[in-house]
Design a protein around this ligand. Structure first.
Ligand SMILES: NC(=O)c1ccc[n+]([C@@H]2O[C@H](COP(=O)([O-])OP(=O)(O)OC[C@H]3O[C@@H](n4cnc5c(N)ncnc54)[C@H](OP(=O)(O)O)[C@@H]3O)[C@@H](O)[C@H]2O)c1
Length: 372
């Protein structure tokens, strides 16, 4: 393996792709950044020293071209429709290019029989990329990003409410990692394949936090009181449909919203809290994981629109009224229209023995021991 080989980063203008590119460049690795289009985000990556490749991740022709002259890759599949298609394009091109090492961004929930078709594809994608023995693989099964909460910052800033269907406000259910900390684990594995080949990591933030603590951290960062409000899933779905781009959720397609509904269900069930926090950001990424409050402070510092204002408040109230009058997306119709592959007996993670075995082996063994 060459000392500083060129590394391909897919979804390079995305949440984890961008910090992965920047951290690799900082460490002196040449990077080819796979972007969908040229814009100010790709220009920033180019200014930082990345080679820009414009292409479509659904296209095997583009994937083949992107892999010419690279030996390692970060595969971050976009959360977009027909996921099996871009997993297949990436995997086939990686085989042909004889990549030596691939780091894939998977999911904490990744499991064979999950309710979510996207999660099942992530699970199968992980199996497929591992089938060529000459290519080593590191899997990063990350949970609910800290970034996901930031869609609620505008309403928190203007109305003092953080609304999400996360269940009981006091229960600590997620140790949310920052995009940069997730990227640090990807980078650790990309630059040292020998140590990280065949491993699965689950980067998290430093501690489990409850919805009330999330609201409190937002309040501190915004300089006002913010209260958590547990809303129904229906209300969340209405909000995505009503606000779309306005809520910062421009890429939420109907199939995306369908998955998020299932992930919110997993959140309330406590799947993201199993064996969390982990030490992967420290041990693989080589840095201390960032606290949730520090993450929110960074987002707030970057956004002018979060300053309390009369027009900001009016906009937030108008958005709220729009949500109330919006009809909720019809989940059953989405399943049919999107032609989702449905299973007869799908499982949530905590009901899945294989998932439990890989996430909390000690507990599973002790339960088995008690039974015996
Ligand atoms: N959010 C979570 O809590 C969470 C948790 C676990 C796992 N994940 C996984 O994270 C992954 C997404 O990673 P991320 O959040 O870092 O990415 P992201 O921010 O969603 O960015 C996706 C990137 O891919 C680009 N893209 C979309 N479609 C493309 C196409 N057809 N061809 C080329 N580029 C395309 C987008 O470009 P444009 O912006 O130009 O469209 C964007 O830069 C998913 O696989 C998801 O399963 C997310």
């Amino acid at each position: 393996m060459s000392a500083r080989p060129k590394i391909l980063v897919t979804s390079a203008t995305g949440k984890t792709g961008t910090p992965t590119v920047l951290q690799l460049l900082e460490k002196g690795f040449p990077v080819r950044a796979f972007v969908r289009q040229l814009d100010r985000r790709s220009e920033a990556l180019e200014r930082a020293g990345a080679e820009i490749f414009v292409g479509n991740q659904y296209s095997i022709t583009d994937m083949r071209a992107a892999m010419v002259g690279v030996t390692r890759a970060y595969h971050c599949a976009p959360a977009a429709p027909n996921p099996l298609y871009y997993y297949a394009a990436f995997t086939a091109a990686a085989y042909e290019a004889n990549l030596e090492h691939v780091v894939t961004l998977g999911q904490w929930l990744s499991s064979a029989d999950h309710h979510s078709p996207m999660t099942r594809v992530v699970y199968m994608g992980d199996l497929l990329i591992k089938m060529r023995p000459e290519t080593t693989v590191t899997t990063i099964n990350v949970g609910w990003f800290a970034d996901n909460y930031m869609n609620g910052l505008e309403v928190a800033a203007q109305l003092g409410v953080f609304s999400m269907p996360l269940g009981d406000g006091n229960v600590k259910k997620n140790a949310a990692p920052s995009n940069e900390d997730i990227a640090s684990v990807a980078v650790g594995a990309l630059i040292d394949p020998v140590t990280h080949a065949g491993k699965t990591y689950r980067p998290t933030g430093p501690e489990l936090i409850s919805p009330n603590e999330i609201a409190a951290a937002m309040g501190k960062a915004l300089g006002r009181k913010v209260k958590y409000q547990d809303i129904s899933e229906k209300m969340m779905l209405k909000a995505f449909k009503a606000l779309g781009a306005q809520s910062g959720a421009s890429n939420y397609s109907e199939s995306g919203v369908y998955q998020i509904k299932l992930y919110a269900d997993e959140y309330r069930r406590g799947a993201f809290a199993v064996n969390a926090p982990t030490r992967d950001v420290e041990t693989v990424g080589g840095r201390k994981p960032e606290s949730f409050e520090s993450i929110v402070r960074r987002y707030v510092a970057e956004r002018e629109d979060l300053k309390p204002s009369f027009t900001g408040k009016l906009k937030a109230i108008a958005g709220f009224l729009k949500i109330l009058v919006t009809r909720a997306p019809d989940i059953a119709a989405i399943e049919v229209q999107k032609d989702f592959v449905m299973l007869k007996t799908p499982k949530f993670c905590l009901d899945d023995a294989e998932w439990r075995e890989t996430h909390e082996p000690t507990r599973v063994k002790s339960i088995a021991g008690q039974a015996g």
